[in-house]
Design a protein around this ligand. Structure first.
Ligand code: SAH
Ligand code: SF4
Length: 356
């Protein structure tokens, strides 16, 4: 018997689960079916009653559940808000230790997408980002990331029963590449066909530009999508918005992107939040064209969602910026504002009910 603190069953991949079963004298062959049952859709209401063979059922009964060795990761929904068009839903979730995170569900271009958090807070401090301004609280565990996807799948199933969740973006709270191992462990489960089954190429990892993480991502076997939040076409323009550019400079970042593109053969998505008077001019767009030369790039222009002290670019400026990129042959989309009325837009995810 071990008296260590309870652990999340969702933190365990099939291999770790197998080790736990073997240590308790249960055949390792039970691990994969049990793991599969954890992620099947619809979810099993009661794992112990899921029709497992005797030894596995007994193991689940005595080891999984409240007060037992393993608990299922199921954050409490502290708040849910729906945009007036019904296409965006934001969940404020309370984790076991009281930390709050947010998960956003979107139906965009007819597709269902979940936007999940990878940290409570964020250490990167981008000046226009509400999460950055609250500072770093802690990393999420794999199970806490996976649980957000399970929640999204469950809610989508109720709201859009004829569609499946097929897209995932790591664009909620936090910097995914600052929590690399937990994020990759979570994505292994999310993308496994015996897990949640969202295709790796439908999973976008968005980074503020953590250079070592980008280089490591280039070596991952699964073809996740890389999105790089750029926001500036010169070191000083970028540094004024993204403090971490002091650590990984724009030229180091672009070198890492070039390496990633060359070694994976994949396109890179560049996120560009348009901030009035800071990075929304046609001259900046011209500089961005030069910066991206030789990279297979797609640019997502994001109108700034209001946070204190910063104004969004005029839609005319955004349109003109997009035209410059397109004229140079760089695909560029100008993202629509989504869910502003529930403060679920990018960068507005922030802890609200601190301390309950
Ligand atoms: N930390 C990662 C992922 C989470 S932020 C990253 O920075 O990429 C996801 C996206 O939201 C980033 O592109 C970020 O620049 C953008 N964002 C942050 N605050 C915003 C705001 N107020 N308006 C619009 N986009 C914002
Ligand atoms: Fe962190 Fe991304 Fe916000 Fe920057 S934009 S503070 S990296 S969550």
């Amino acid at each position: 018997m071990s008296d260590s603190a309870p652990r999340s069953i969702h933190d365990l991949g099939p291999a770790a689960l197998r080790q736990e079963l073997l240590a308790d004298g249960v055949a390792g062959a039970h691990a994969k079916p049990f793991w599969r049952a954890l992620y099947r859709e619809p979810e099993a209401a009661d794992l112990a009653a899921a029709g497992f063979p005797g030894p596995l059922r007994r193991w689940v009964e005595s080891n999984v559940g409240p007060g037992k060795r393993f608990y299922p990761d199921a954050p409490e929904v502290a708040d849910e808000s729906v945009s007036s068009d019904g296409l965006t839903r934001k969940f404020l979730l309370r984790l076991r230790d009281g930390e709050m995170i947010e998960t956003v569900l979107m139906r965009y271009d007819g597709r269902l997408t979940a936007c999940v958090s990878t940290q409570a807070g964020c250490a990167m401090g981008c000046v226009f980002c509400a999460t950055g301004q609250m500072g770093f609280r802690r990393h999420l565990r794999p199970g806490e990331i996976i649980a957000q996807v399970l929640l999204a799948r469950r809610v989508f199933r109720r709201v859009f029963p004829n569609q499946r969740l097929r897209n995932l973006v790591l664009m909620g709270m936090g910097e995914p590449l600052h929590n690399y191992d937990a994020v990759m462990a979570a994505l292994d489960t999310v993308s496994d066909t015996a897990g949640i089954g969202i295709g790796p190429s439908k999973i976008s990892i968005s980074t503020v530009g953590v250079v070592p993480g980008i280089l490591r991502l280039a070596t991952e076997p699964k073809p996740y999508r890389l999105a790089v939040s750029l926001h500036g076409a010169t070191q000083s323009e970028r540094h004024a918005l993204v403090p971490v550019a002091g650590k990984w400079t724009l030229s180091e970042l672009m070198d890492a992107c070039r390496h990633y593109g060359a070694s994976t053969g994949r396109r890179i998505f560049f996120e560009w939040t348009l901030v009035a008077g800071r990075n929304d001019s046609a001259e900046t767009a011209e500089r961005l064209v030069e910066l991206l030369r030789g990279i297979d790039a797609h640019v997502n222009l994001i109108p700034l969602n209001p946070t204190h002290g910063f104004a969004g670019a005029a839609s005319r400026a955004g349109f003109a910026f997009q035209q410059v990129l397109r004229a140079a042959g760089i695909p560029a989309t100008l993202r629509q504002r989504r869910g502003i009325d529930v403060a679920a837009g990018c960068g507005q995810l922030r802890q609200r009910a601190v301390g309950g």
